[in-house]
Design a protein around this ligand. Sequence first.
Ligand code: ATP
Ligand code: MG
Length: 458
Amino acid sequence: MLRKKASVTVPEPVLVVCRTLQEHGFQAYIVGGAVRDALLGKEATDWDVTTDALPDQIERIFAKTIPTGRQFGTISVVTGEQIVEVTTMRKDAHYSDGRRPDYVEFTSDLKADLSRRDFTINAIAYDPLREVFHDPFAGMRDLRRRILRTVGESRERFSEDALRMLRLIRFSAVLGFKPEKRTLLGIQPHLIVNVANERIKEELNKLLAADAIVQSLQLFYTCGLMEQIIPELAQTAGINQGSNHAWDVLGHSIITCQAVRPKLHLRWAALLHDVAKPQTFSKDEKGIHFYNHDQLGAEIAQQILKRLTYSNKLQNKVGLLIRYHMYQIHPDSSDKALRRLINRVGVENIYDLIELRKADILGMKHNPQQVLSYYQMMLKRIEEILAADSALSVKDLAVTGTDLIYELNLKPGPMIGKILNFLLDQVLDQPELNTKADLITLASSYLIDNQLTTDAEL
Ligand code: ATP
Ligand code: MG
């Protein structure tokens, strides 16, 4: 089917690659995400070109190439500063592992290549020289209707490659499109075990980076995929939280996740902050409690993120935010209390923690206006504390371990760290004590109080 519709603005290097291929007698089209995004008026990220030239032929035509995925027919063409991925059209053969085709077969039939693609909106080809679209599966109509539909039978397409189920959820968030009913019915959650955790992670990253994620996260749960991928979170569905809450724990977690900025660590911390509520649930005459769910939640969240192959850095950051999300602090807290909190979580995490708390409260039954003014007051307090430049960690103290050893005639050892922590504790309470003379005096009284002499073997 040939259709001529609104043209797509194609970057020069991509156009050059297509023109060169066509001048050599081959077909050349732009396909996939770039066509979809351009038709939606969005800036496309990667431009993929498909052709009937074989990998060898592509390598012969272009001076500079990289054999990126040669066995699957992908060659990267280097044109000036740009790299354009050129893939030989193919029809995928049998899938025996629910992940990738057993072998690929090249073809010069564009429709065959488009038919192996996941969704109709990703199966549109564009010839940038003739300015013609090839849209055999009515992807342009689905783009207009904002619908996600598999090319062909969804059940079969999801069995071939289970990652497509998660791509469906991801596109529903990123594009704000609705999956068509038949497509949804094809989801078979248990098949996701065939997919490597790294690939699952990549999709979840894209999902969590989307602006509007509430409906997609709900769908992630209702279609059964959450139960397979993050069972700990799926178990929070239906857990009642008492009168302060309009939602069950999962609903609240999803609202909280939406309410933080789309930064990966914040989104994960928000989504998992109450993950330990099912295990810590208790009820007495005063109501419902979840004692220690912050501590346990941090541990469970770290296990989940580890399983999903996230870096230690991300695991730790999310764990820390969850561990401190219940820390008792409010705009009227003393400077001392705020300095203690900053000391615990670190200056680099304090704003994220406040943002998580704002989102957490927004997900309860509170007036949003009040939550916002709470947040602004908290920010102001934190800014004042940071501007005062008082010591917030051991490295900000006016003495170092070496100073203590030298001034008090001590020997290096673990006691030095203990003294520094003691001094920081004092300075967090009274920042004016942070002078070398005062700290040395304090350190000697600490030694005396603890019945340690300065020349003792410490
Ligand atoms: P984005 O790059 O924005 O994440 P995209 O649609 O370009 O989205 P890619 O992963 O870059 O996604 O894949 C390029 C194209 O390859 C897709 O548009 C689709 O046509 C096809 N494709 C990718 N993954 C699959 C898959 N698992 N099954 C079938 N077709 C796929
Ligand atoms: Mg892409």
